[in-house]
Design a protein around this ligand. Structure first.
Ligand SMILES: Cc1cc2nc3c(=O)[nH]c(=O)nc-3n(C[C@H](O)[C@H](O)[C@H](O)COP(=O)(O)OP(=O)(O)OC[C@H]3O[C@@H](n4cnc5c(N)ncnc54)[C@H](O)[C@@H]3O)c2cc1C
Length: 474
């Protein structure tokens, strides 16, 4: 390690290599606190050429690298062992180009997602990727995990926002495929192979991203549903009545909202009566051909008449819309402060969301009496965060010791409905076993073959997505 460290110091400037344990700590801490990194060297290159030089130096010393963005991932993907080096992209922050007429921007991997949204807005354009970690996560991390978020219903996942990509491959070569073309059928689509590969196949250094007209109109409402199955009828109504302007459709159970009301300042119930199930929905449009306020009112009126919903609060200002979104975001923080929780990020066909939740609820309640399910999520995409809070009188450690057993119960049920055990957060190190258990065996073989072909010495994020050689399998 010492010879490699000297080489890295030659490649990078003073701020480019961190070995001091106090300075290293933020790069080792994982957001959920489930894993703690042990890496003793963190490198922070400034551009793609420095990334290439670091990769070549590490390859020469057969030392594994763990790419890291904003470190907000929820599966331990950016966590490194003592014999691995973390390569953080935070200093690759250039906006290389913005082309409003082509509706594209070319940006470096370390740009913070929220800053890119602002960059687009300043050019009267919209970059739709949006998630609660957007103030910290980096676009490179978003692409490496194929992040989802609250606007997938209308705009798709992170992978749908990319036209071109630049990445450093395990060989140290630069894959330079940055372009703003919407049509480009020239063989294998390598960018799509790298997107969602969680740093196991290449280190993303830049991307050309799609932009959209800036939505100057937006309408948001919190709705109390008649019951859970009514969420699907209401979704259909909102989709058909919104003229393609429906962006977000987020389901929330009262348990999660109660946690937010109890623990998160600024969160309070905007309705006079409590209900069991809620949906937060947003419509957005640009120009004045469509009026989203009128569309939203009509959707709600018809849903009330049909009995799909019991009550609704329409935001009358941007501030009120933010307060309603704060309830949705407050669920995560509220649940954290309510004690230990076991989490699932699953997807099922949209039509099966109610069946999934009702049956999964019964399954976990039977196994852990007193458990408090707090399901919420992007129901318009069939993606539910089926998060479970501990029974109030149970020891947190005893509850967390059931994590894998409860995961298996829920994931078996998801598989039975034709769903996925990982909707948007990825695999990292926390779901490698699930990959082996639920993924198509041929798919696993193809993945292993691709990994071997591109990274024969297993130096890029080893042990993530694909089990490390010799790893125990259950
Ligand atoms: C409060 C909160 C809310 C969240 N909400 C959502 C949500 O709604 N939807 C969603 O999809 N996710 C969500 N997440 C998860 C997380 O924010 C996303 O996975 C995000 O895309 C990770 O970006 P990051 O820069 O933090 O990546 P990191 O956590 O640093 O890394 C994640 C993975 O990507 C790899 N990686 C990072 N950068 C690169 C790169 N440049 N090249 C190659 N590999 C790289 C890492 O090795 C690791 O495997 C949420 C997280 C939090 C904390």
């Amino acid at each position: 390690m010492n010879t490699l460290l000297s080489t890295l110091r030659e490649i990078l400037d003073d701020r480019g290599v961190i070995t001091n344990p106090v300075e290293a700590e933020p790069y080792l801490e994982e957001w959920r606190g489930r894993f703690h990194g042990e890496s003793q060297i963190i490198v922070r290159p400034r551009d793609a050429a420095e990334v290439q030089a670091v990769v070549k130096a590490c390859a020469a010393h057969k030392t594994p690298l763990v790419p890291q963005g904003g470190n907000t991932g929820l599966c331990g993907g950016a966590v490194a062992n003592a014999d691995q080096i973390i390569l953080n992209l935070e200093r690759l922050k250039q906006i290389r180009d913005i082309d409003p007429a082509n509706n594209t921007m070319t940006v470096e991997a370390g740009c913070i997602l929220a800053e890119l949204q602002t960059t687009a807005r300043n050019a009267r354009r919209f970059f739709p990727l949006s998630l609660a970690a957007e103030g910290s996560c980096q676009i490179g991390g978003n692409l490496a995990t194929n992040a989802g978020g609250i606007n997938v219903l209308r705009y798709g996942n992170a992978r749908d926002q990319v036209l071109g990509l630049e990445a450093v491959m395990p060989s140290g070569d630069l894959l330079s495929d940055l372009h703003g073309l919407r049509k480009n059928n020239t063989g294998y689509d390598l960018k799509q192979l790298l997107i969602g590969s969680e740093g196991t196949l290449g280190i993303i250094t830049a991307a050309t991203l799609k932009l959209y007209p800036y939505p100057d109109q937006s309408a948001t409402a919190l709705v109390a549903l008649r019951n859970l199955p009514a969420s699907i009828a209401f979704l259909e109504r909102a989709q058909s009545g919104s003229g393609g302007t429906l962006c977000s459709f987020e389901l929330m159970h009262r348990v999660g909202l109660d946690f937010a009301f109890k623990h998160v300042s600024g969160c309070s119930d905007p309705m006079t009566t409590p209900h069991e199930w809620y949906v937060l929905l947003s419509l957005q449009a640009s120009g004045d051909a469509i009026n989203v306020d009128t569309l939203l009112s009509a959707i709600l009126e018809r849903a009330l008449e049909a009995g799909d919903i019991h009550d609704a609060v329409i935001a009358s200002s941007e501030q009120q819309a933010k307060s309603l979104w704060k309830l949705r975001e407050g669920i995560v923080e509220g649940q954290r402060l309510e004690g230990a929780s076991i989490k699932h990020d699953v997807s099922v066909p949209v039509s099966k969301v109610p069946e999934f939740i009702e049956t999964a609820w019964a399954i976990v309640a039977k196994r852990v009496p007193g458990i408090r399910p707090c399901p919420f999520g992007h129901v318009g995409d069939g993606n539910i965060h089926f998060n479970l809070s501990q029974p109030p009188d149970m020891d947190a450690g005893a509850f967390l010791s059931l994590w894998e057993e409860v995961n298996d119960l829920v994931h078996d049920h998801v598989a039975g409905l034709g769903g996925s055990f990982s909707a948007e957060h990825g695999i990292g190190m926390s779901k490698v076993d699930e990959m082996q258990r639920y993924k198509d065996p041929t798919g696993l073989k193809v993945m292993a073959a691709i990994k071997k072909a591109l990274d024969p010495h297993n130096l890029f994020n080893p042990g993530k997505i694909i089990p490390a050689p010799n790893a125990d399998s259950r």
